[in-house]
Design a protein around this ligand. Structure first.
Ligand SMILES: [Zn+2]
Length: 327
C-alpha cells in the first residue's frame, strides 16, 4: 500500500487512543518491514511500542510523528476537499505522508534517513521519553504536528507544579487541635502568585482540592499550577516554588516539557513560512529539529477533525524534499 490517502484511511480505521495503540503499532511495523526498512521496536508497556525505521546506518534526519490519538472515535469519511476522522490531522496524516515520502525516496536510492513513530503523546509522552532514554543519535527531527506545512522552529514549554498541604484533621469545634491544610495551601498559593513571572509566560491555577466535610478541619489540600513557558524565559520556577516547602507543604513537578528554539538549517530554506506557537510537541524531548505537518491545529482533538487532501499531497512532496536535502 503506497497511496497516501489509502494509508491514512487505513490508519484512521484502527482506533488508537493513548494506552491502546498496540494494533496500530503492529500494522505499522508490518508495513515498514514489508517495504524493506530496518525496523526496531522500543517497548513502552501494555503491548505498546515505538517504531524506529532506518534507511542506512547513519540517518542525518528523522521524520517523526505519534500514532496515538485523543479518545473518541470519529469514523473515516471524505468529500472532494477533506478527509475526516479521529487522527486525520493529529497526527495520522503526518504519519501517512512520512511513510509515502520514505518509500518513494528509498526507491530513488536515498539512504541517510529514518522514521520514528511514537505512542503516548496525548498524555504523558511515555513514548518520546523512551526514545530519548534509548540514546541513539538523532541529529535532526522533523516532528509531524499540524502546522499547515509551515516551519515551527519555536514553541512554548509546559510546566505543571502540584502543591500538597498536609495538616491535621480535627473536629471543627476544636480547630486548635488540628492544623488546617486549606489555610496552609492558601498561604502558599499567595506566595506563588507573587512570584515574578516572565511577561510572555502564562501561569494559571488550574486545579484545587481539599477538605472532607463541613464539620472537619481539613487535613489535606492540593493545588496545581500550569505554566506555558515562553522560549525566552530562563526562570527555574520549580526551584522557586520548592523554596516554599515547609513541614506542611510539599511541592512536586508533575510534568515538564522544555520550550524549543531551533535555528532553521539550510536544508529547510525552501520553506519560507516560519512561526512560533504556544502548543507543545514531542520536539521538547528531541530539541534539535522543527515541526512541519499537514493540517490545521484548530481541528485537532475536536469533533470535526479533518485534513485537506491538497495538503496531504503537498506534505509528501515537502517530506521527500527534506529527505533529499539532508542526504
Ligand atoms: Zn494532539
Amino acid at each position: 500500500m503506497t497511496n497516501t490517502e489509502d494509508l491514512l484511511k487505513k490508519l484512521i480505521s484502527i482506533p488508537s487512543p493513548t494506552g491502546s495503540e498496540s494494533e496500530v503499532c503492529n500494522f505499522m511495523l508490518d508495513l515498514l518491514n514489508k517495504e524493506g526498512f530496518k525496523t526496531s521496536k522500543y517497548e513502552v508497556g501494555n503491548e505498546r511500542f515505538n517504531i524506529v525505521a532506518n534507511i542506512g546506518n547513519n540517518p542525518r534526519v528523522y521524520l517523526q510523528a505519534h500514532l496515538d490519538t485523543v479518545p473518541g472515535i470519529i469514523e473515516y469519511s471524505e468529500d472532494d476537499e477533506n478527509i475526516y476522522g479521529r487522527g486525520a490531522c493529529d497526527t495520522k496524516g503526518s504519519v501517512a505522508c512520512m511513510v509515502s515520502a520514505a518509500i518513494s525516496c528509498k526507491k530513488q536510492g536515498y539512504k541517510n534517513f529514518g522514521l520514528i513513530f511514537t505512542v503516548g503523546e496525548e498524555t504523558d509522552f511515555d513514548g518520546a521519553k523512551k526514545i530519548i532514554q534509548s540514546n541513539f543519535p538523532i541529529p535532526f527531527v522533523i516532528v509531524g504536528e499540524p502546522s499547515s506545512l509551515q516551519i515551527v522552529n519555536e514553541h512554548f514549554g509546559i510546566l505543571v507544579i502540584k502543591i500538597t498541604a498536609k495538616g491535621k484533621a480535627a473536629h471543627s469545634s476544636k480547630p486548635d487541635e488540628g492544623i488546617n491544610a486549606i489555610d496552609k495551601l492558601l498561604e502558599t498559593i499567595e506566595k506563588v502568585k507573587s512570584l515574578k513571572i516572565h511577561p510572555n509566560t502564562l501561569m494559571s491555577l488550574v486545579l484545587i482540592d481539599g477538605g472532607v466535610a463541613d464539620n472537619v478541619i481539613p487535613g489535606l489540600a492540593q493545588a496545581t499550577f500550569s505554566f506555558r513557558v515562553s522560549p525566552d524565559d530562563k526562570n527555574d520556577y520549580t526551584s522557586q516554588i520548592k523554596a516554599f516547602s515547609t513541614a506542611n507543604i510539599s511541592v512536586e513537578e508533575t510534568l515538564k516539557l522544555n520550550s524549543v528554539h531551533t535555528d532553521v538549517p539550510k536544508e529547510l530554506s525552501f520553506i519560507k513560512e516560519k512561526k512560533t506557537v504556544k502548543y507543545s510537541t514531542e520536539l521538547s524531548f528531541f530539541q534539535k529539529g522543527v515541526v512541519i505537518g499537514p493540517g490545521d491545529i484548530k481541528y485537532a482533538h475536536g469533533p470535526n477533525e479533518q485534513l485537506p487532501k491538497i495538503e496531504l499531497k503537498k506534505a509528501v512532496e515537502v517530506y521527500s524534499q527534506i529527505i533529499k536535502n539532508f542526504e
